[in-house]
Structures are given as structure tokens and as C-alpha cells.
Design a binder for this molecule. Structure first.
Ligand code: XMP
Length: 319
């Protein structure tokens, strides 16, 4: 008979028994799994935990601010905030192939993380937010995108090169149990029930070459979409929702003048397992409001379209 408060205590005791007085490093992304690991480890071992938050320039609006607010300021977790935007943008320059972009983002993450870990020579453990479905997934042979999902998600390659022992306290849990654990540890509902966000982030939501200017526009458009979904009580009714930046220009009118600016596509899907998905039948009034706000508030975008493609044949992400 599964009881969450007992489970929390057991999980804390297990971590303490495992790591003793050793120091632990955790890559904190702002996603559900690493956030729950951070909250659990902080409760279990306090200042023996150091989190590394890498801003690759491809995160959602105010993500770094949110992570620092929640973990560093509210909970008192040690968090090293690394702004590596320039490094990521530099390596992505001129690259438009989706898989090449994924590889670069994954590789640079490992680079940045290793450099930070090297500054913590006393650390003996690398904590990861691996959950039960990840364990099963990596047992099967994977190719292409699925492999990229796994390898970036679990920060493949890190343990070998860092010579750290792996600490995976969520290894036996399903996603819904991870969420319950997060709530029991005091994390806000809004954080624990966030939609999944891919490891390569906005890198696969900016079609073709990634540029900082594009990322800045996309972040603002995406934040408006998510705000309005929440306000209309549609966020929890969708499995994933986001904006995509299309680097094509179309003509518009504003006042007496013509504009010639970029397009943003909105994507919202409903799915059980992310293997197949339906596009969400959002109310037209909601779509209209989001479109108006984006066009009025985000200078540089003059057209918004809604993606009505199912998976299959379309994927959820555009790259
Ligand atoms: P697709 O686009 O293939 O995506 O329908 C299915 C789910 O996987 C996520 N996704 C990724 N997650 N790294 C990740 O961590 C990736 O490279 C990646 N590509 C897709 C996607 O957001 C969706 O939830």
C-alpha cells in the first residue's frame, strides 16, 4: 500500500545512506524531473548538494530567473547559474540541420557541465532525474531522434568522463509518481505539472539556423501563448503547447504602412504517450486573443498560424 509521506521519508533515508557525507552535483534544468531531484536531495543532504543550471540561450522566457528564485532564493539550494548563451550560439552559427543542431546542443551542454564540475573536486556523485520509463527506454535499441531524446535527456556520457558515481533517486518512479513526490516535497503545482520541454529547447523550435534574435522573439511569443492558455484553463487540458519560429517573412499592414516580418506557428497537442497525438481543438476566441497579443506585443512578428497536424504523420516538434 503506497503512501506518499512514508515514501518521502524512505527516499530521504535511502539517499542519506547512499551518499553519507559525500558531495553531489546535479544538472538542474527547470524541468519536472531534475526539479524533484533537487528538492529531494536538498531535503536529504542540504548543503552537500550543488546544482548547475546551464542557460544555453534556448530556454523559455525567464526560465533562469524562475529557477534561481525557486531553488536558490526560496529553498536555499546551492545553484551555480551559468550563462552559456554566447558559446551555444557561436557553435550553432550556420547550422540548419535538425540532428546536427541537437548534437551540438548536447555536446556543448556536456562541455559546460564538465567545466563546472571540475570546479567541484570534492564531488563524488552525479545526480540525475532518470525515471522508470527512461530506464526501460534505454534498454531497447534506439535510433535517430529517439536516441537523441534519450542521450540528451539523461546527459549521456557525463558519468564516464567525470568519474562520478550515479545517483538516480527517481529510477523506480513513473511520471505521475514523480509529480506526486514533487508536491509532497513542497514544489508548486504549476512547476510539477509543467508540460515537457525538449533538451534542445528552442533550438528545435526555431526552424533552420538558430539566432539569438529569433530566440528572443520566440520566447516572448511562447510566453504569451502559455499565459493565455493558463488564463483560459486550457494548459492542463493540453499535453504540450508552444510556439514555433518560422524564418520566413510575409507582408502585413500596420497603420498607413506595410510590414514585412516573421511568422510564428502555435502548436498544442493532446496525447497519452507522445507517440501519437491530436492537435488540440482550442477555442477560436482563445486563438484569436493569442494571435492579437503576439502581433501587437512582439514587434518583428506580423502573422500567427495554428498547426492542425496530427502525429503521425507530423511530429509534435517541428524539427
Ligand atoms: P516528436 O517531435 O518526435 O516528440 O513528436 C515527442 C516528444 O519528445 C520530445 N522531444 C525531445 N525531447 N530531446 C528531448 O529531450 C529531443 O531531442 C527531443 N525531440 C523531441 C518532444 O518535445 C515531445 O514531447
Amino acid at each position: 500500500d503506497w503512501n506518499m509521506p512514508d515514501y518521502v521519508n524512505e527516499a530521504i533515508e535511502k539517499v542519506r545512506a547512499q551518499v553519507g557525507s559525500d558531495e553531489v552535483i546535479l544538472g538542474l534544468s527547470g524541468g519536472v524531473d531534475s526539479s524533484v531531484v533537487a528538492a529531494l536531495l536538498h531535503k536529504a543532504i542540504g548543503s552537500q548538494l550543488t546544482c548547475v543550471f546551464v542557460d544555453n540561450g534556448l530556454l523559455r522566457l525567464n526560465e533562469g530567473e524562475m529557477v534561481m528564485q525557486m531553488f536558490a532564493r526560496n529553498l536555499g539550494v546551492k545553484v551555480i547559474h551559468v550563462d552559456a548563451t554566447e558559446q551555444f550560439m557561436g557553435h550553432l552559427k550556420g547550422v540548419s540541420d535538425p540532428e546536427a543542431k541537437r548534437k551540438i546542443i548536447g555536446r556543448e551542454f556536456v562541455e559546460v557541465f564538465q567545466a563546472e564540475a571540475a570546479k567541484l573536486p570534492n564531488a563524488k556523485w552525479l545526480a540525475q532525474g532518470t525515471i522508470y520509463p527512461d530506464v526501460i527506454e534505454s534498454a531497447g535499441a534506439k535510433t535517430g531522434k529517439a536516441h537523441a531524446i534519450k542521450s540528451h535527456h539523461n546527459v549521456g556520457g557525463l558519468p564516464d568522463t567525470l568519474n562520478l558515481k550515479l545517483l538516480e533517486p527517481l529510477r523506480e518512479l513513473f511520471k505521475d509518481e514523480v509529480r506526486e513526490l514533487g508536491v509532497a516535497l513542497g514544489l508548486p503545482h504549476e512547476m510539477v505539472y509543467r508540460h515537457p520541454f525538449p533538451g534542445p529547447g528552442l533550438g528545435v523550435r526555431i526552424l533552420g539556423e538558430v539566432k539569438k534574435d529569433y530566440a528572443d522573439l520566440l520566447r516572448r511569443a511562447d510566453a504569451i501563448f502559455i499565459d493565455e492558455l493558463r488564463a483560459a484553463d486550457w494548459y492542463d487540458k493540453t499535453s504540450q503547447a508552444f510556439a514555433v519560429f518560422l524564418p520566413v517573412k510575409s507582408v502585413g499592414v500596420m497603420g498607413d504602412g506595410r510590414t514585412y516580418e516573421y511568422v510564428v506557428a502555435l502548436r498544442a497537442v493532446q496525447t497519452q504517450d507522445f507517440m501519437t497525438a491530436h492537435w488540440a481543438e482550442l477555442p477560436h476566441s482563445l486563438l484569436g486573443k493569442v494571435s492579437n497579443r503576439i502581433i501587437n506585443e512582439v514587434r518583428g512578428i506580423n502573422r500567427v498560424v495554428y498547426d492542425i497536424s496530427g502525429k503521425p504523420p507530423a511530429t509534435i516538434e517541428w524539427e
